[in-house]
Design a protein around this ligand. Structure first.
Ligand code: FES
Ligand SMILES: [Fe+2]
Length: 336
């Protein structure tokens, strides 16, 4: 039986969320697995978050299991070599002469890390190219005038491109998300960023049991493969960070992080916000998409009709995030 290759594309490069800043305290050390790699995430005593390859450059211990923060560094459990977030070795407790190479260059492989919008973002590039653009900061996610963020998380067999393509797949909104009309989107592509505004109507089940038809708009900014911001306006105003992080090329972690201007606890407004979050996450929202994403294949040459959204234009935009080309073409050329 010929094997169906579900996704031809490799892991894209970009900034990817690897956790929430508030959930990684000083001294925390956590084994994580992203970008097809075993990694270790930690926060040193200076408050700086670091992401390193998990396996110690000395004799290969997994530093996420038993590693400890010591000053500005992560100390390996095996022989207590210590590494800073930039990968430089800061200490070898028993070496009489510190190896010259360790003074000159980082021994551990490190990933650039930045924190904004309450998220720890790590830069992944398959060739270790330095960051080529910035994460966009949305200050409402850390603003005390805004509500404590509501966070949801899913993991399934897909990739960031398939998830992001959903936004331009205007035809599915009616069938998967029970929206009454196909929203009209105005879109602007600008380098690594894609902005769009879509307007439509949707039926909302109010907490009172009433059903209401309401106009809404969804504004989105896609910034590279891993960061998307959405502002929903309608019955409520809601900011949403959509964070898609590759675990493997065909395995993805998807985080939704919501906030909104603070409202009176127990007020109808608060109930409407809760309902809007449920709508965005539940069967009428992303949980309607997830079983489709989890089981589908990527059609590189899809059959499309005139009612479909600008799917091919979106794919031309997204292709820039594959260092090896969308079908791994550079790898093939290199192998010839
Ligand atoms: S293996 Fe890490 S210090 Fe030896
Ligand atoms: Fe969808």
């Amino acid at each position: 039986m010929p094997k169906v290759e579900r996704f031809p594309m490799p892991i894209p490069y970009g900034w990817f969320g690897v956790g929430y800043g508030a959930e990684l305290k000083v001294g925390d050390v956590r084994p994580v697995h992203y970008f097809g790699r075993d990694l270790v995430l930690f926060r040193n005593e200076s408050g700086e978050a670091g992401l390193l390859d998990a396996y110690c450059p000395h004799l290969g211990a997994h530093m996420g299991h038993g590693g400890q923060v010591e000053g500005d560094s992560l100390r390996c459990p095996f022989h207590h070599w210590a590494f800073r977030p930039d990968g430089f070795c800061s200490k070898i407790p028993y070496a009489k002469a510190f190896p010259p190479r360790a003074k000159r260059e980082p021994l551990a492989k490190s990933y650039p890390v930045t924190e904004s919008s309450g998220v720890i973002w790590a830069w992944y590039h398959p060739d270790d190219a330095a960051p080529m653009f910035d994460v966009i900061d949305y200050p409402e996610f850390t603003d005390p005038a805004f509500a404590e963020p509501v966070k949801r998380e899913w993991r399934f067999a897909s990739n960031p491109q398939e998830i992001a393509e959903n936004g331009v797949d205007v035809a599915h909104f009616a069938y998967v998300h029970a929206m009454d009309a196909v929203p009209e989107g105005e879109t602007d592509y600008d380098g690594v960023r894609r902005r769009s505004v879509a307007r439509g109507h949707r039926t909302i089940d109010l907490p009172t049991g009433e059903r209401k038809q309401l106009p809404y708009s969804v504004e989105t900014v896609q910034n590279g493969a891993g960061q998307k911001f959405t502002r929903l306006s309608g019955l409520v105003e809601l900011s949403l960070l959509v964070i898609a992080t590759p675990v493997e090329a065909d395995d993805v972690e998807l985080r939704f992080c919501f906030t909104h201007p603070k409202v009176e606890p127990g007020s109808p407004q608060e109930k409407a916000i809760e309902a809007a979050i449920e709508n965005t996450c539940g069967q009428k929202g992303v949980e309607g998409d997830i079983p489709i994403w989890h089981n589908k294949i990527h059609r590189a040459r899809p059959y499309l009709c005139d009612g479909d959204g600008p799917i091919l234009r979106f794919r031309r935009y997204f292709e820039q995030f594959y260092a090896d080309g969308p079908d791994g073409s550079r790898l093939v050329e290199a192998a010839e």
